[in-house]
Design a protein around this ligand. Structure first.
Ligand code: NAD
Ligand code: AKB
Length: 318
């Protein structure tokens, strides 16, 4: 990777990935983009090259790729699960329409494409525990439909047109820099803010709802390490299961309570979120990623809690 375009760069992942990639590849070699400069992280817009790219507009993608002689597109523009259930047409247009546009530009200009998939690509009849790399995928959300379709479409562009497509199935990501964009796993970020700001949290999922999760530093490593991996060693190019931990609301509450003994949590279950969470796996088998490109996350739940609380206290001035 020498010249990188990041779409959806002002969101939860992009705001951190852009800064990390600029450190590694050079400030001018990582071009951040979004539909509007007001989509999120101001820091990213001010710190280096930025382009307006709406992924539903193929010309804007092609113009940015041509102008900056891009060799790799990291496609983070998306509508996440909870917002996608309230706006399914928008989720289809951005997640699938945007991806088709990016793949077509990649085919024309010979760029690599990295697009994250999600645990949402699985559904209620997928094995829940130790969810295999290759298994039943019948998601019941529009977000999940776009994610499984995107995995298959990226495989197709690789097989048919030789486009270097890659991706991982991320679990819920936890971070302190930029708030998540409207997903089902967002509670696992909000809980830390509320612990520090109010000492209590009302959880929208039931106490035994188990899902895979990951701390952002591991997620950034996953993207960079897979994008840099030797392509000839990859069998599952576009849909690697990756996970770092699997926990319930009770587990994350207990982890925070170890550091903040007065922290309290109650429940007010949101049925839409609960139905989505119940349709997703409990714990993925990520052995293919470990074998094919040495995936090896560093943070478990308690290590993440310690770091999140330290960093958020500084951010929130507490
Ligand atoms: P996010 O919602 O925080 O950021 C997405 C960004 O895309 C937003 O800034 C939004 O303004 C922008 N965007 C929306 N429509 C656009 C359009 N038409 N053109 C250009 N930009 C547009 O999402 P994220 O958490 O950073 O997720 C990035 C990718 O990772 C997505 O594909 C998502 O499905 C995947 N993923 C994220 C998680 C997670 O927990 N954050 C988990 C699994 C997979
Ligand atoms: C969401 O909850 O929608 C995302 C995801 C797991 O894809 N965080």
């Amino acid at each position: 990777m020498k010249k990188i375009l990041i779409t959806g760069a002002l969101g939860q992942i992009g705001s951190e990935l852009t800064m990390k990639m600029r450190d590694i590849y050079g400030n001018d070699n990582v071009i951040a983009s979004s539909r509007s400069a007001k989509d999120g992280s101001e820091k990213v817009v001010k710190a280096g090259p930025f382009e307006i790219v709406d992924v539903t507009n193929p010309q804007q993608i092609a113009d940015a790729v041509k102008k900056h002689k891009i060799d790799t597109v990291i496609n983070l523009a998306a509508i996440l699960s909870a917002v996608g259930e309230s706006k399914p047409n928008l989720a289809w247009d951005v997640n699938m329409g945007g991806l088709v546009n990016i793949l077509e530009v990649a085919r024309e200009f010979n760029t690599a494409v990295f697009t994250p998939s999600s645990i949402a690509a699985f559904g209620p009849n997928t094995p829940k525990i130790n969810t295999p790399q290759d298994t039943i995928q019948r998601p019941t959300t529009m977000y999940g439909v776009t994610k499984v379709s995107g995995e298959i479409l990226c495989d197709y562009y690789h097989q048919k047109f030789g486009v270097d497509t890659r991706g991982v199935r991320f679990p819920g990501l936890i971070s302190y820099e930029t708030l998540p964009g409207g997903g089902t796993t967002d509670y696992a970020v909000e809980i830390y803010y509320k612990a520090i700001e109010e000492g209590k949290f009302v959880c929208p999922l039931s106490k035994d709802t188990r899902m895979d999760m990951m701390y952002m530093p591991d997620a950034l490593d996953a993207i960079i390490n897979l994008a840099e991996a030797d392509g000839s060693k990859l069998e599952h190019r576009n849909a690697f299961n990756v996970t770092a931990m699997s926990f319930t609301p009770e587990d994350i509450f207990a982890s925070i309570k170890k550091q903040m003994p007065d922290f309290e949590m109650t429940y007010d279950v949101n049925d839409t979120l609960q139905n989505i969470a119940d349709s997703w796996p409990d714990a993925l088998d990520d052995s293919a990623a470990r074998k094919e490109w040495n995936w090896n996350p560093k943070y478990d739940l308690d290590a993440m809690t310690k770091d999140m609380l330290e960093k958020l206290k500084i951010k929130l001035g507490k």
